[in-house]
Design a protein around this ligand. Structure first.
Ligand SMILES: Cc1cc2nc3c(=O)[nH]c(=O)nc-3n(C[C@H](O)[C@H](O)[C@H](O)COP(=O)(O)OP(=O)(O)OC[C@H]3O[C@@H](n4cnc5c(N)ncnc54)[C@H](O)[C@@H]3O)c2cc1C
Length: 389
């Protein structure tokens, strides 16, 4: 499998955002890293594709030029609940780029840093001794990082108690009518509806990303069909109906996901192996409306690389992760509960936001990583192979 190469110091299961990032940082420090990515080719991912400034900062560190890839700026948020529409500045310039482009660019950065990237390798399980059971056979290394994203990997247990995991997520693209494209430009729109919410924003090539989270009940009430769900949302939300008037769907069918454990924060069991770490959504899952899942995934990847290189291992990593991400995770999960599923709560929230639009800017700030956490993690990770053991 290593074909005359140096045996890997670290195996990374999953070459998405967090997996590519941690592989790049470890490879830059001189470790022999192998990334095992299930998909043979880049593909669309379920994601609102909003890049917070924290995500942008980490991506710049990784050498990804978002604007060159076609990312578009977003400076305002627009909250929509029924007839009420409230706009506010975000307080920073977000960017928007498809995961198709972003994930491919990130895996390229990992390869350019010296990581070995194996596409088409399905990791089936993490064995108790740290071996990865894969479609290429069993693989092991002193360090194992689980970066398989939203989906559970057999043997990598996530305690879902206390998380909000009863919603279904959907994402699709539309080509909007030119006047609607213009109206949407520079904005991320958060549209609340009974049983969930949707996010709408432009990404590169003038495509609009519609991403929504909906309770299983609401979905069943629409006959368990996305088309019927969307039709019912258009009927009850005039704003969304206006936006999507004459829009052309760009995917054959939407991407879908279930049981994302919002609010999850990894904590190692006592005596957990120091060099077996989850990163990205395997370690933290922040509610999607914050648009900071990618920032958090990258931040956690950086903390994991630093902990391995400094030798503070799983416990050191978990402590930093909890300190940096815990408060934003808790606030965002509380807010997601508050937005909840009832139109009455949503209407109250929208009324409050219309009276004090700066609350929207404030909630955007309070549900993301604090700048001091980013600054503290941004120094060069300790370098040199051998310090991770
Ligand atoms: C509905 C929704 C909307 C969101 N919107 C936003 C947003 O607008 N902005 C934002 O910042 N965040 C958003 N997020 C969160 C964001 O998508 C995640 O936090 C981020 O993708 C986590 O990155 P990751 O690397 O952990 O996982 P992923 O990006 O999911 O990557 C996992 C990788 O592992 C691979 N893989 C999976 N299983 C295996 C296996 N068994 N073997 C080998 N490879 C495997 C996959 O192919 C993939 O490449 C949203 C999430 C959802 C659900």
């Amino acid at each position: 499998m290593t074909g005359g190469r140096r045996p890997p110091d670290a195996l990374v299961a999953g070459g998405g955002l967090a997996g590519s990032a941690v592989a790049t940082w470890l490879a830059r420090a001189g470790l022999a890293v192998t990334v095992l990515e299930r998909d043979l080719h880049p593909r669309h991912r379920i994601c609102g594709e909003f890049l917070s400034w924290e995500a942008q900062a980490w991506l710049a560190d990784l050498g990804v030029d978002l604007v060159a890839l076609g990312a578009v700026p977003i400076r305002h948020v627009r909250l929509v609940a029924g007839q009420r529409v409230v706009s506010a500045p975000l307080g920073f310039t977000g960017l928007s780029l498809s995961r198709l482009r972003l994930d491919a660019a990130l895996l390229d950065r990992a390869a350019a840093a010296g990581a070995r990237v194996i596409r088409g390798c399905h990791v089936r399980a993490l064995e108790p001794d740290g071996t990865l059971a894969t479609s290429f056979g069993p693989l092991s290394a002193p360090v194992t990082l689980v970066a398989t994203g939203k989906h559970a990997l057999r043997g990598a247990f996530r305690d879902r108690s206390g998380t909000l995991d009863h919603q279904l997520g959907f994402k699709t693209y539309f080509r909007l009518r030119p006047d609607m494209r213009e109206a949407l430009a520079d904005h991320v729109e958060l549209i609340l509806f009974e049983g969930g919410y949707a996010g709408l924003q432009l990404v590169e090539r003038q495509m609009a990303n519609l991403c929504l989270l909906v309770s299983a009940n609401r979905y069943q009430a629409a006959g368990g069909r996305f088309e019927s769900l969307l039709a019912s949302l258009l009927a009850e939300t005039p704003h969304l109906a206006r936006r999507l008037a004459d829009a052309v769907p760009l995917l054959d069918r939407p991407l879908a996901i279930g049981r994302v454990p919002y609010g999850y924060l990894w904590q190692p069991e006592p005596g957990a192996p120091p060099t077996r770490l989850p990163v990205g959504d395997q370690a933290t899952v922040i509610p999607s409306f914050t648009g900071d899942g990618m920032g958090l995934a990258l931040h956690g990847a950086r903390l994991a690389a630093t902990a391995l290189l400094e030798g503070s291992g799983a416990q050191g990593y978990a402590a930093r992760l909890a300190a940096d991400a815990g408060p934003a995770l808790r606030r965002a999960t509380r807010l997601q509960r508050l937005v909840g599923e009832g139109p009455a709560r949503q209407a109250r929230l929208a009324l409050l936001a219309s009276l004090v639009p700066s609350l929207l800017t404030l909630s955007a700030r309070l549900t993301r990583l604090p700048p001091r956490a980013l600054a503290a993690a941004a120094g060069p990770p300790a370098s040199g192979p051998g310090r991770f053991a």
